[in-house]
Design a protein around this ligand. Structure first.
Ligand code: 5GW
Ligand code: MN
Length: 306
C-alpha cells in the first residue's frame, strides 16, 4: 500500500545511537529556539512551538511523502448550529493547507451541515450518528465512531487522522509540522502547573485511574497515523465500556482515558498549547501564535439535560 509508509524514520548518529523520528525532516527542528518552554520530552519526543520549525520544509517533505489527512469532528444537537460553520470556515484557512484533507462530520442532523466552499484537494463527508440524551455519552461514543470510520474508510485513503472538538476556531497555521505517529496536545490550563494539580482520574475502580503521569493532555485535539489513532480510540473505548460495566465514569470521560493511554503509550509528538489556546487565560509570552482557540462556552444553552 502506497500510503502505509514506514511508521517512523530511523536515523543513526555518529555515536551509533539510533534516533527515532516521526519524519526525517524532524532533524531540522530547533529545540533551542524557545528558551522559556519545554521543547522535548524525556523520551525524546519534540514539543512543537512556534519558531522551532521551518513550515515550508515540512510542507515540502509531507507532499513528497504523499501525506494525506482525515479530520474527524462531531457536531451533535445544538453544537452544530453553534460551532460547525466557524470551525470549518477557519479550518479551510489554516488546517493542513497544501495536503489532501477530508472532513468527516459526525452529526445527528446531516441536513443542517453548512455548505461551504472547499479548497482544491479538500472534501467533506457527513456521517449520521444517534444523539444521546446524556452529554457524557455523546463525548464518549466519539471513540467508537472514530475507530469504525478508520477501519471502514480512512485506512484505505489517508496516512494520518486528526480528531477535533468542534467548539474551536483556527486562527493560525495548523500545518504538517503537527503530523506524527501519535500526537497529543498539552492542555492550555495545565502545561505550567505541577503534576499534583493534573486532573487525572483518581478512582482506582476506573480503568482511567492513574497516580501520576507525564503531562495533562487535552482531548480536544489528538491524532497520528491512522493505525495509531485507531489503537488510541479502541483503547479509550474499551476503558469506557469496562467502566460502564463496573458502574463508574472517569472524571473527565474520554479525556481521562486518553491520558491513561498516553501514559502507557508515549506520544511521539506533542503540540504546545499554541495549538489550542483559551483566550480567557490572558496574555503570556509563551504563546507566540494562536493556531486554534477555544470558542466561548455556553453550557447552559448548549448542553442537553445534565
Ligand atoms: C453537550 C453537552 C455536554 C457535553 C458535550 C456535549 C456535546 C458535545 C454535544 O451536545 N454535541 C457535540 O457534538 N459534542 C461534541 O463533543 C463536540 O464536538 C464537542 O466539541 C465535543 C466535546 O464536548 P465539549 O466541547 O462540550 O467538551 P469540553 O471538554 O470542551 O467542555
Ligand atoms: Mn470542547
Amino acid at each position: 500500500m502506497a500510503l502505509e509508509l514506514i511508521p517512523m524514520e530511523k536515523c543513526t548518529l555518529e555515536s551509533g545511537k539510533m534516533l527515532f523520528l516521526d519524519h526525517i525532516v524532524d532533524v531540522t527542528l530547533d529545540l533551542q529556539s524557545r528558551l522559556n518552554v519545554q521543547t522535548c520530552t524525556i523520551w525524546n519526543a519534540p514539543i512543537i512551538w512556534d519558531g522551532m520549525f521551518d513550515a515550508a520544509l515540512y510542507d515540502e517533505a509531507h507532499k513528497r511523502k504523499n501525506s494525506s489527512v482525515a479530520l474527524t469532528v462531531f457536531a451533535v444537537g445544538k453544537y452544530l448550529d453553534a460551532y460547525l460553520e466557524t470551525f470549518l470556515h477557519s479550518s479551510e484557512q489554516h488546517f493542513m493547507l497544501g495536503l489532501p484533507v477530508t472532513y468527516y462530520i459526525f452529526t445527528d442532523t446531516p441536513k443542517k451541515v453548512p455548505v461551504i466552499s472547499l479548497g482544491p484537494n479538500r472534501s467533506l463527508k457527513v456521517m449520521e450518528v444517534a444523539s444521546h440524551s446524556r452529554w457524557q455519552d455523546i463525548s464518549m461514543t466519539r471513540m467508537k465512531s472514530i475507530s469504525n470510520i478508520i477501519e471502514t474508510e480512512i485506512r484505505h485513503k489517508f496516512s494520518h487522522v486528526f480528531c477535533f472538538d468542534v467548539d474551536q476556531e483556527f486562527t493560525g497555521r495548523f500545518g504538517s509540522e503537527a503530523l506524527g505517529e501519535s500526537v497529543a496536545l498539552l492542555h492550555a490550563y495545565y502545561y505550567r502547573l505541577p503534576k499534583s494539580m493534573y486532573t487525572y482520574d483518581r478512582n482506582p475502580n476506573s480503568k482511567a485511574y492513574m497516580e501520576t503521569g507525564d503531562f495533562y493532555y487535552h482531548a480536544a485535539v489528538f491524532g497520528g497515523r491512522w493505525k495509531r489513532v485507531k489503537a488510541i480510540a479502541d483503547a479509550c473505548y474499551q476503558g469506557i465500556v469496562e467502566d460502564k460495566k463496573n458502574n463508574v465514569e472517569a472524571l473527565w470521560h474520554d479525556e481521562s482515558h486518553l491520558n491513561k493511554y498516553f501514559w502507557r503509550n508515549k506520544p511521539t509528538r506533542l503540540l504546545s498549547p499554541e495549538y489550542c489556546w483559551d483566550d480567557s487565560i490572558g496574555h503570556t509570552s509563551d504563546i507566540r501564535v494562536k493556531r486554534l482557540i477555544w470558542a466561548p462556552k455556553d453550557y447552559k444553552n448548549l448542553r442537553p439535560n445534565v
